[in-house]
Design a protein around this ligand. Structure first.
Ligand SMILES: Cc1cc2nc3c(=O)[nH]c(=O)nc-3n(C[C@H](O)[C@H](O)[C@H](O)COP(=O)(O)OP(=O)(O)OC[C@H]3O[C@@H](n4cnc5c(N)ncnc54)[C@H](O)[C@@H]3O)c2cc1C
Ligand code: FES
Length: 347
């Protein structure tokens, strides 16, 4: 089946399977279609159907609030092709030439699950075929047990990874997180689509790195730190990592973050911000390579980064209110250009 895309940069087309997700089909064919969440919440992948009858999957997708359904607008990440169709996309779309590899479908098996706190879990997926990805990217994970896919950022980094590792925060009444936390899921098969996402770290850009992560938003930052450590990046560039959680009981990855900070003591600062309590002295004593603070993570970052905004790229990830707060701060206070701010909203 043929899908034609009319965009601000002209017309392109690609082949698509019957019943295939339109966004995923375009991306795996190398088109730079607009998207952020790839899972129905942000509205970025909106397009107008000019010809054909794509089927709408999740009729309650929050991203539909950004589309004019009466004008035949759809979310490409929630629409599937049933025959040839033509879509008008309000953006420039290129064919190939983008950064990184085009995403593909894959499968894997959950090989390890480990609870890190009362509501945070790590799980690892053994891939049937290794995947190349950039540090900071995510994949969409599907299990037959839950309708729809969920976006999860890789915490590991390896060029051609056979295993993808993720960290998941349990969402109250969240279907995937309830499934994951509900029983031992080791051995379960999952479907993967990826790699996705443009909040990526590229050492050749040579800039200092600022990372602000709230809760499981630390996921992609761990991948960035893993890649940076592998390249000795912080031997001559500076890194500033701000990790926000509510209380000391909610902290995780403390040993891993301490190891990164201890390996580059002159150039890498890792600050853990507790929003809901004063920092317990025992925590500071236990993790002496880290710095602790009380407050919202983006506020703490603004205070501690004052006067040090030059020559850096900022990475932000976590719950939408935290990401919005950090973006406001980076644009208004730090005056960073949009090209130097990369983010993933986990909602
Ligand atoms: C780019 C990105 C990266 C993310 N990375 C992480 C991460 O590393 N760690 C982490 O904990 N969270 C991450 N998230 C959030 C994660 O994708 C889930 O939203 C979260 O885990 C809650 O899922 P749930 O199933 O428990 O909750 P639910 O409320 O059941 O579902 C939440 C999301 O699942 C999708 N969804 C729900 N129902 C349907 C349906 N019927 N059909 C299709 N789709 C549906 C939607 O995207 C919805 O927002 C990320 C989100 C994004 C956008
Ligand atoms: S990319 Fe489709 S709604 Fe976010």
């Amino acid at each position: 089946m043929k899908v034609t895309i009319q965009s601000k940069s002209g017309e392109l087309s690609f082949e698509c399977e019957v019943g295939e997700n339109l966004l995923y089909a375009g991306l795996r064919n190398g088109l730079s279609l607009p998207y952020e969440c790839a899972t129905g919440t942000c509205g970025t992948c909106r397009a107008r159907v000019m010809e054909g009858e794509p089927e709408i999957g999740w009729s309650e997708a929050p991203g539909l609030s950004y589309v004019k359904q009466e004008k035949r607008e759809v979310l490409m990440c929630q629409a599937t092709a049933q025959g040839d169709c033509t879509l008008r996309v309000p953006a420039k779309v290129a064919d190939g030439g983008g950064r990184g590899v085009a995403p593909e479908y894959g499968t894997g098996t959950i090989a390890r699950v480990e609870k890190l706190t009362h509501d945070v879990m790590v799980f690892a997926v053994d891939l049937d075929t290794p995947m190349r990805f950039d540090a900071g990217q995510f994949v969409v994970v599907e299990t037959g047990a839950v309708p729809g896919g969920r976006a999860y950022s890789m915490i590991n980094y390896e060029d051609g990874a056979a295993v993808l590792e993720f960290v998941v925060k349990q969402k109250p009444d969240g279907r995937f997180s309830d499934w994951l936390f509900g029983d031992d899921r080791t051995g379960e098969t999952v479907r993967i689509f990826g790699p996705l996402g443009r909040a990526t770290f590229h050492p050749e850009e040579g800039k200092n790195v600022l990372c602000i992560g709230g809760g499981s938003g630390i996921a992609g930052i761990m991948s960035i730190l893993a890649k940076a450590a592998g390249e000795g990046y912080f031997s001559d560039r500076r890194g500033y990592v701000f990790f926000g959680v509510r209380t000391a009981e909610d902290t995780f990855f403390m040993d891993e973050l301490s190891a990164h900070a201890a390996a580059a003591p002159d150039n890498l600062e890792v600050v853990v911000a507790l929003s809901d309590e004063d920092v317990p002295p025992a925590l500071e004593r236990k993790y002496s390579a880290l710095t602790f603070a009380t407050g919202l993570v983006h506020t703490v970052a603004a205070e501690r980064m004052a006067g040090r905004w030059d020559d850096l790229i900022a990475y932000v990830a976590g719950p939408p209110p935290m990401v919005d707060g950090a973006l406001r701060m980076l644009i208004i206070e730090a005056r960073l250009p949009g090209t130097d701010i990369r983010y993933d909203k986990f909602g």
